[in-house]
Design a protein around this ligand. Structure first.
Ligand SMILES: CC(C)(COP(=O)(O)OP(=O)(O)OC[C@H]1O[C@@H](n2cnc3c(N)ncnc32)[C@H](O)[C@@H]1OP(=O)(O)O)[C@@H](O)C(=O)NCCC(=O)NCCS
Length: 211
């Protein structure tokens, strides 16, 4: 597979939003909102443009990953800056061929070179553990509402980077969105049927594992 990875540019925005909608549609909930989340993230001060990558095959965009800044709010009330990634998307017809892994590995290397201490994400440990992500409990890092969560995972970008950092992971406010604005935005895309799927059931179980 002759694939290149490069930074996204403005001309790619709509194609990447369409790709994101295709990748997430009916995967976690009937329909999806991730293309709108991505759209809003790009306009946020927390967005990290240097870590916005697309994967291309024969000039077609087949994958994307974006990063934003979040914080670990510690017991002293300090906000320690860390990174978060997502949405990460691969065209459904080309999934499970290594494109997602290539985007993640490439962006992790760049994030490390940029000097960020760590990355916090919500996702499936069966996938992200292969990149070195570990359950956030190992670092005493909890959700914004102060719970440990199986889906919350952390990767240190330098050994010991989190030695003195623990607390609540708080992602960028840009992940929050207005339902009405979302409906207007989604209406500009082609119609797709919403459906219940098995992956949604699996996701609900994973998301409920909090303690
Ligand atoms: C998640 C995603 C980006 C991975 O990209 P990809 O190109 O398919 O992944 P790769 O080919 O690099 O890796 C495939 C492997 O990951 C596993 N995998 C992919 N998504 C997974 C998930 N959500 N949970 C568990 N395993 C997963 C596959 O089963 C496969 O496993 P194997 O190597 O043991 O066979 C892609 O599947 C996708 O766009 N999914 C829909 C959107 C999404 O869930 N994004 C992630 C949340 S932000």
């Amino acid at each position: 597979m002759n694939m290149t990875i490069r930074n996204e540019n403005e001309k790619d925005h709509r194609a990447v939003e369409e790709l994101t909608r295709e990748a997430f549609w009916n995967h976690y909930v009937p329909g999806c909102v991730e293309h709108f989340v991505l759209h809003n993230l790009r306009n946020s001060q927390d967005f990290v443009a240097e870590l916005d990558f697309v994967a291309e095959i024969k000039s077609q965009i087949v994958g994307n990953i974006v990063y934003s800044r979040g914080v670990i709010n510690d017991k002293q009330g300090r906000n320690n800056e860390i990174l978060c990634f997502g949405p990460v998307s691969v065209l459904p017809s080309l999934q499970k061929q290594g494109i997602g892994s290539a985007l993640i590995i490439h962006s992790l290397k760049t994030a490390k070179l940029m000097g960020y201490p760590a990355i916090c994400i919500y996702g499936d440990p069966r996938y992200y553990s292969r990149f070195g992500f570990r359950c956030a409990e190992k670092y005493d890092i909890k959700t914004a509402d102060d719970k440990f969560a199986v889906a919350l995972q952390v990767l240190e970008l330098a050994p010991g980077a989190l030695n003195n950092i623990s607390g609540r992971f708080i992602e960028s406010e840009a992940f929050q969105y207005d339902e009405n604005l979302f409906a207007e935005f989604d209406a500009t895309f082609k119609y797709k049927e919403k459906a219940e799927t098995d992956s949604q059931k699996e996701f609900r179980i994973l998301a409920s594992l909090r303690y």
